[in-house]
Design a protein around this ligand. Structure first.
Ligand code: SF4
Length: 305
């Protein structure tokens, strides 16, 4: 089989994730280090990258574990945290390495200063959204879509300030704002805040083009990545032969035909090295009969290569 493979130049970690991962690496000294580094939640929604950092000594903890810690060092990831987390760290004498993305931090501050009704368009339970709700003092109403339970709590007779989670689809946000605006009662206004991250928003048009320009799209992303879900759906909309994978083992031969051009792309939480290894893997296994046969032999499964 002869194929061409191209990696989307704009795919790979966003600024906030690069900063958080680099800070973690700068503060890691290997598993044997006396003072280990803990990350509150997955530093990035990508299991391969998490394994790589775990090999270097990063420990992922949850809030329950943090409650029982004293005198340790905890890294706050790019998603940010609500004020209660900082209060807990102070009480338990925990040193915080704060990697909250400056874009998220700015949004938290904006929400904290906003009086009246606050609505957040985002994923319920998502770390960034929890941090935003915390910044509002718990007042903010979260809506995921127009069927969300949160809608019943909105008072359309009063002004509403609406903000979006930084990684949402700009088109979807616009649609939701349009529907809410249609429900506003006389005298009340909807104030829409443009809070989608520029790095995410600007990728939509470019990624749509990239998906159209290739016969097949292989989208590499962790299952938990909210941005990954949004960007994969965008690829699928523009190219029906789009496939999402988390690891190379999920790739299937039947996705490809002789002469195909294959575009490889990913979420803001997908490391560049994973896209490069995916491209190398496809070039070797699809272009080279011997390697392909060897791969079949190793995996003993003809559904894969
Ligand atoms: S997507 Fe944007 S806001 Fe979110 S962490 Fe990355 S750079 Fe920051």
């Amino acid at each position: 089989m002869r194929i061409k493979v191209e990696i989307d130049e704009r795919s790979g970690f966003c600024y906030g994730v690069i900063r958080a991962v680099k800070t973690a690496e700068d503060n890691l000294g290997g598993k044997s280090k006396k003072n280990p580094l803990y990350s509150l939640g997955d530093i990035v929604h990508n299991s391969s990258e998490l394994n790589r950092l775990s090999e270097k000594g990063l420990h992922i903890i949850d809030m329950e574990e943090m409650k029982n810690m004293h005198g340790t060092t905890v890294l706050i990831r790019a998603h940010g945290e609500p004020p209660q987390t900082y209060e807990l760290a102070k009480r338990n004498n925990i040193r915080i390495i704060d990697c909250t993305c400056p874009v998220v931090l700015q949004l938290q501050k904006k929400i904290a200063k906003t009086d009246g009704q606050v609505v957040i368009f985002g994923k319920l339970g998502h770390a960034e959204v929890n941090g935003l709700v915390g910044s509002s003092g718990g007042r903010a109403i979260v809506i995921e879509n127009m069927n969300s339970e949160g809608l019943e709590r909105i008072d359309f007779k009063k002004d509403i300030n609406i903000f979006s989670q930084t990684t949402k689809d700009p088109g979807e946000y616009q649609q939701v704002c349009g529907i809410i605006n249609g429900k506003m009662e006389e005298g009340a206004k909807l104030i829409v805040h443009d809070t989608i991250c520029r790095q995410v928003a600007s990728r939509h048009a470019q990624l749509s083009q990239f998906a159209k320009q290739h016969d097949v799209i292989v989208f590499v992303s962790g299952q938990e990545s909210s941005n990954g879900k949004v960007l994969y759906e965008l690829c699928k909309k523009n190219n029906s032969r789009s496939y999402k994978i988390e690891s190379l083992q999920q790739i299937k031969k039947e996705w490809f035909k002789d002469g195909d051009t294959i575009g490889i792309c990913g979420a803001t939480s997908t490391p560049k090295w994973q896209l490069t290894s995916c491209a190398r893997f496809l070039k070797i296994t699809l272009n080279n009969y011997i390697c392909s046969t060897l791969f079949k032999f190793i995996y003993g499964n003809y559904r894969r290569f």
